[in-house]
Design a protein around this ligand. Sequence first.
Ligand SMILES: [Zn+2]
Ligand SMILES: [Zn+2]
Length: 583
Amino acid sequence: MPPYTGWIAADLPDNRAIAEAFQLLGDLLQLEGADRHRVLAYHRAATRAREEARPLAELALQGRATEVADIGTTLQAKIVELAETGRIAALETARERTPEGLVEVAGLRGLGPKRAMAAHETLGVASLRDLGAALHDGRLADVPGFGKGTIESIGEQLAERAMRAAAPGGERIPLGRGLLIARRLSRELAEAPGVISVDIAGSLRRGRESAHDVDLVASEEHPGAAAAALGASPGSVGDDGVTHARAQAGDGTWVELIAGPAESHGNRLQHATGSAAHNVRLRERAVRLGLSVSQHGIVDADGVRHVHADEAGVYRALGLPDIPPELREDRGEIEAALRDELPQLVRLEDLRGDVHIHTDWSDGRDSLEDMVVAARARGYAYVAISDHSPRLRMARGLDERRLRAQWEAIADVRERHPDITILRACEVDIVAEGLDFEDDVLAELDFVTASLHSGFALSGRELTERVLRAIRSPHVDSIGHPTGRMLGKRDAAPLDIGAIAEAAATTGTALEINGQLNRLDLDADNARTALDAGATLILSSDAHSVMGLDFVENSVLVARRAGAPPDRILNATADLGGRLLAP
Ligand SMILES: [Zn+2]
Ligand SMILES: [Zn+2]
């Protein structure tokens, strides 16, 4: 037997190509419902091929690929076949039987091989594209095993993919999704042995709309504990016990970790939160004070290093109050801090209620009562049931008859839950004629959110006109997701935000910061414009499920970035700006 040389012939398939062939063959067999062990054998071999350093094709041609674990004689023969003919017959016939595009369909969360095949057999779905089309025209509901929740989740996942594909560079993570990942990772990491505490840092903490990666800062009992828990090997350990590590989370997101002793946690967190421009300004200030500041601590004129367990300590050492992360962009925050003029920013706990939520009366997932109970559990004093109006047929918008029926349901729930104020509300469509309900119906509601869901092909002038008309309606309390943007799918409508903000300030109509992952609308710049014009903001989850109530946290972050104090937020007031009768 010739000795292994490590040389790979140019025309031999590399290990990656072998892994891909085995992976696909396993996936297709799984779709067809083949024996579990057979499927597993191909998937194991694919993993092995990806990890193996030696060239498998060459080993197989020498009859030695069986030395590699998980590769038996059958699989070795397939590698030889691929090396000699450029194809694997079994894979080609499987491909003829089952469309390859179904693998991606089956890979969606909550779908799996059975449902993917059902969609294929019932509707001829052969790819994600087909699936999207079937979802769009409502045919998916005909497929056995496709309940409302499944279909909704498919819609979300397809939108997420579109968003990722359309993101600039295809790489940036949108704020909402980034925070979900960061919160999950930091929670898991905080529970790992040897890890004392974990904080989210970087642009996600500052509330920027998208991030390159997830930045985490940890304090640990011994160097390397946090990195190990993340599945990364720590690089070199500094003499102050600080390590840096980089790892990829399961969904492909990159995580940047700085870990070290608890007593210097504040220095690392301050450094890793940034922004770069803010940190430059901070270093300049330190130099003027005869200090030098870095992630390792603050070194004084005598060369003595001082460390800080929390960020406030770092800022204090530089003669500054703790500057909120959302303001650290070098937009005058250090000067404002020196003048003691930093705004008091709205916090999640300032919110007294959520006035934009949906129930299963329209396109929400959970029942009216479940949503009320969840709102109460969050400590809210009020919640507004604001399902869609009739024009939004795709979202099963309520007509007047069903709206009135909902009021009876609300009356029932009110009796069972007297400890929270339940408002009769709606999210009424802004349409060409004005609003999608007659004035007398709107007049009977406790709270009205008016939103654009269509007409985005119109000019900015025409759309602005429509929104202004809604603002002037005496029945409209707030404008929902004002610019209508869908991150990665649809840009903000070219509205005259200045004019809208002025009109809203005059009428007392609130402008929403919608916390949906793909909306975040108004964005921080527009919200700042609104505040400057004297308008009031409202922070809404636009929840379509109990879980969705959490999205209001994104609204809070955007509002803080805009510099919004609680007294400019309508739902931070106990009486919803005078709309609730005193108890
Ligand atoms: Zn809406
Ligand atoms: Zn909504």
